[in-house]
Structure formats: C-alpha cells, structure tokens
Design a protein. Structure first.
Ligand code: PSU
Ligand code: MN
Length: 299
C-alpha cells in the first residue's frame, strides 16, 4: 500500500484525514467532467480542514491519496476496472488499473488507520434481490470494518427498506445528520425513518469514540446526510426516470457490477444533467461533513 506523503504525515501527526472512493469518479460520473469533479471533492475536504485520501489501484499498487497523474488516469482511462474487496488481490497481481468501491475503499481506509470516509451513495440491496440475490458487498464489508461512511443514503434505484433491514442485521449503525429520516440520495427523504439523529459533527465524533471504547468498532457506521434542499431532484421526474431506468436495465439484461453504473448513466442522460448536478452537490456536501467529523474526532 502506497500512502501519499501528505496523508502519511497527517496520520502520523493525528490530523484529520478523509478517505474518498474512486468508483464514483470512474463509473459513477461522466467523462471528462468527472476529473474536475474529483478535484472539487478533494478541495471540499481541504476547505473544511482535513486531508483528502482518494483510494485507487494504479499499476497494481494500492494508493491512498492520489497525485494528479493518477487521478487523471482513474478518471479518463477506459480500461479502469470497478474493484470491490474480492477484486483487490487479482487487480494487484495483474498490475492493473482499478477504481475502488465503498467496500474496498472502506477496507483499505480502515487498514491504513483512516476512520472517516465520504462518498455519494452507499450500495445496498437491489430491487428484485429475492430472485437475483444482488446485494452490494458494501454491506457485508461494513459489518466488519471500522469506518464511518458519510453518504446521502442509498441510491433510490435500490430497495431502501430491505437495505435498512440488512444494515440492522449486520450491526451497522445508522445516524441521520440533522434529520430523523433516512436520506434518499437524489431526494432528502427516502420514506424511511432513522432512529438516531446527529445534531452536529461533534455528536458523530463522540459516537465514533464510544464505538472505539465499547469494542463495537469492528462494525461500520453510516451517517446519512440529506442532499442540500436547493439541489434536490423533482420527485415526479425522479419517479418517472427511475421506472424507465429499471425497465431499460431489465431489457438490456444488465447484471452484476454493471447494474449501478448503468442506472446512474441512465439517470444523467434522461434528466438532461439534473441528476448529475444533484449528484455533485450531495457528494460535495458529504465531503464537507466528513471533514468536520474527522476534525471533531481528532480534537
Ligand atoms: N453511489 C454513487 N455512485 C457510484 C456508486 C455509489 O452515487 O458510483 C458506486 C460505489 O462505488 C458503490 C458501488 O460502492 O457503486 C456499489 O456497486 P455495487 O452495487 O455493484 O456493489
Ligand atoms: Mn451488485
């Protein structure tokens, strides 16, 4: 594992670091804007007082913190693979280029001593999982990984209710950031409640410290941060596009790890960029909150 000097320095001096995933860049956002957006996400972490550590696999090496060349390759190179935990060893052996998902980023962050991680949306249980068994490895990985994931809930393309049930079974705590509703990614409210509300970053930091002491730190924690009100997608547009997207994925026979990128891309095209604007706004907001939590955790 290659830890960028700036990240290593921050970790050694107990200064706040926020891990960032790279699949959202390579497979979740359209090229070539994704490169600029990736830089903006890192800048949002810096502006809030923490050091960003974007995780990716470059020529087989696992990088924690990317220089500009590496970030550019992850964003623009068409050969970049979507790498979950199970793919890490193979992409490393193949000396390949890989973008890490929430699962693999959480695993690497935790192994390098990074406690806080920001992303857009957590993976979860897909609709129709009863037949397809499609459940993201994000969930099982967080059940045994000591990391906080700041996200805008899970994407509405998923079965949110089933995902919340699985989070409960897997002992993954869920907090709402200044809300008692579980966020719905493009929408502020998924229609489901959360039991614990964090009024501020200090409360989240205190929860992390309590986890450390109680020995439940092997379990991940999810902080659901609703999309900023002015960036929320129109609910009718959202519901129409979602229905069409699910039908299109079904017709095209999309399966496995291609499902999430397919649906995100469908949304971006069919909403003429509205969902992309929403996606960017929520990721930037999550990066900011994650940096505030990491700062509170270290003070
Ligand atoms: N949420 C987004 N954009 C993304 C993803 C999630 O807004 O690109 C990615 C994350 O990397 C997440 C992955 O870990 O999708 C989940 O994929 P799957 O359902 O195949 O596990
Ligand atoms: Mn899947």
């Amino acid at each position: 594992m290659l830890i960028h000097p700036e990240v290593a320095d921050a970790l050694a001096n107990r200064r706040p670091v926020v891990a960032l995933e790279s699949t959202i860049v390579s497979h979740g956002l359209p090229r070539p804007d994704n490169l600029h957006i990736a830089r903006q996400i890192e800048q949002a972490v810096r502006d809030a007082g923490a050091v960003p550590a974007t995780v990716a696999v470059v020529d087989g090496d696992i990088h924690i913190g990317l220089d500009d060349t590496a970030l550019e390759r992850i964003a623009l190179d068409y050969s970049v693979a979507k790498v979950s935990v199970r793919d890490l060893a193979a992409v490393s052996a193949a000396r390949g280029l890989g973008a890490t998902t929430v699962a693999s980023t959480a695993h690497i962050a935790s192994r390098s001593g990074i406690r806080v991680f920001a992303t857009g949306g957590l993976g979860g249980v897909h609709r129709g999982a009863r037949e397809t068994w499609d459940e993201s490895a994000d969930l099982t990985t967080l059940s045994r990984t000591q990391v906080l994931v700041v996200c805008a809930g899970v994407k509405s393309i998923l079965d949110v209710g089933a995902t919340l049930e699985r989070l409960e079974t897997l002992n993954i705590g869920v907090l709402g950031y200044r809300t008692d509703r579980f966020p719905g990614f493009y929408l502020r409210d998924s229609g489901h409640p959360v039991y614990w509300t964090a009024p501020d970053a200090e409360f989240v930091a205190e929860t992390l410290r309590a986890q450390d002491h109680l020995g439940t730190a092997g379990y991940g924690l999810v902080l659901g941060n609703p999309i900023p009100p002015n960036a929320e997608l129109n609910r009718d547009l959202h519901d129409t596009v979602l229905e069409a997207g699910l039908a299109a994925a079904d017709r095209a026979g999309v399966t496995g790890k291609d499902v999430t990128p397919f649906l995100l891309d469908f949304f971006h095209r069919e909403t003429h960029g509205e969902s992309l604007r929403a996606n960017i706004a929520l990721v930037l907001a999550n990066a900011r909150v994650a940096a505030q939590v990491a700062t509170a955790y270290h003070s």
